[in-house]
Ligand binder design. Sequence first.
Ligand code: BES
Ligand code: ZN
Ligand code: ZN
Length: 489
Amino acid sequence: MKIRVENPKNSKKTMMLCGFVLEDSDKVLGLEKVDAKIISSLKQSIKDMGGMFGKIVFIPSEGKTSRMLLAGLGKKENFTNDTIRFVSGKIAQKARELKLREFSIIVPPSSIVEPISAVSQIVEGCKMSLYKFEKYKSKKENIIPDLTILVSKSEKISKMIKTSDIISDGVLFTKDIANLPPNDCTPTTLANVSKILSKKNRMKCSIISKKELEKKGFGGIVAVGQGSKNEPKLIILEHRMGSRNEKPIVLVGKAVTFDTGGISLKPGEKMDEMKFDKCGGCTVIGIMKAVSELKLPINIVGIIPSVENMPGGESYRPGDIIKLYSGKTAEILNTDAEGRIILSDALSFGEKQYSPKAIIDFATLTGACIIALGTNVAGIISNDEKLTQKIKESSKRTTEEIWELPLNNDYMDMIKSDVADMKNVGIGRAAGTITAAAFLRNAIKDTPWVHIDIAGVAWTQVATKDKPYNPKGATGFGVRLILDYLQNI
Ligand code: BES
Ligand code: ZN
Ligand code: ZN
């Protein structure tokens, strides 16, 4: 999708001129600057459409366009940082449905919404909403129209468009790898994707293979990975554009390319969705792509433990006691609680190897998180209030919603084992999301850490709120959130 900016006054003729309308208003916001002559003829149509949030009405027009699209924003007092993104997505999908080559969106005046924020939401909303996963379709149908943004040109605006373009590409990249089927996406595939990305974007990429993992003491990743003929990999991507001795931020993402549950086999229903159990890792890869393209002047390390969790003669079993990278031992009581095991190794390694300022991890970790928070809000658990606050502020801006759960010593006690340092499940189903985080907490010493459980939000599920920019499949949740955090350090 090509994105251009034009000054409203001397904008060219467009195939479809799109403008926003507030509820119960008879004005298209900002239209007077684009084409004052057509305003009076539109008044009645605008009144009739009513400007309700998300409503899209198409009308014939004249002047600078033969088609006009009115897009309702609802009441101004109900605006969120998602309003323009959501409605822009609807506009873009309409343009695609009409098979247009291009369309233009008028940015509302600054009295209604900050132009910089509006422009970023327009870019993100349009790009993300026009995504389709077509890799395995014999006939590709997705033709993406180009976008012109009508707003007073400035350096700030151009910069924001470029930034939002890169961030959206990061989200789309995450969706593209997360949507891959498990027969075509093994740990080796993710390692290769990362290698190719690192060459293109000038990052360092290291892949630790099974033999090395065994030698170096990654007992968790090795145990979970041993049941599959697709060998485990630990993928490390490094972006270093900060000063030499500045400590990095470490991002860790769970990448189980398929989670059958292992010997503690999952029921058959919806097991296919466990191809999305790699979403945490894909989120980290998408973030690393974007930070390298944004050339952020900081040091960031992405660590992705990747395995396939399969049942078989070589699989790890309930009853096994394994030794993690931290040196602690874990009693396996359920081989389906595999995410915490591979993440534990990656977190300990990240802390020991890089002495980071902060560690943030993403994981489709627990079904319990869906029971607690549903499919539109991710769970976060942390050992550091300041870091949590920063992530919450980013969440407010990007509208990727998160909610904090507690982690005190009583929860830590719930994963104590009779025969090892800890066990990989809690007590029954009580506080399943927190006891999983308690296991992770044991992997790190004192580094500020936030864990983000994306089990409910990483892909669209039955109860997922319908949003134009989240078409069916992987959502790329967390990419925009953490890029906002990283840009504001
Ligand atoms: N990948 C799953 C968690 C999951 C389930 C994410 C459904 C999204 C949708 C994870 O590996 C798992 O199976 N966790 C178990 C833990 C339990 C055995 C303690 C769970 O949540 O049931
Ligand atoms: Zn599992
Ligand atoms: Zn899993």
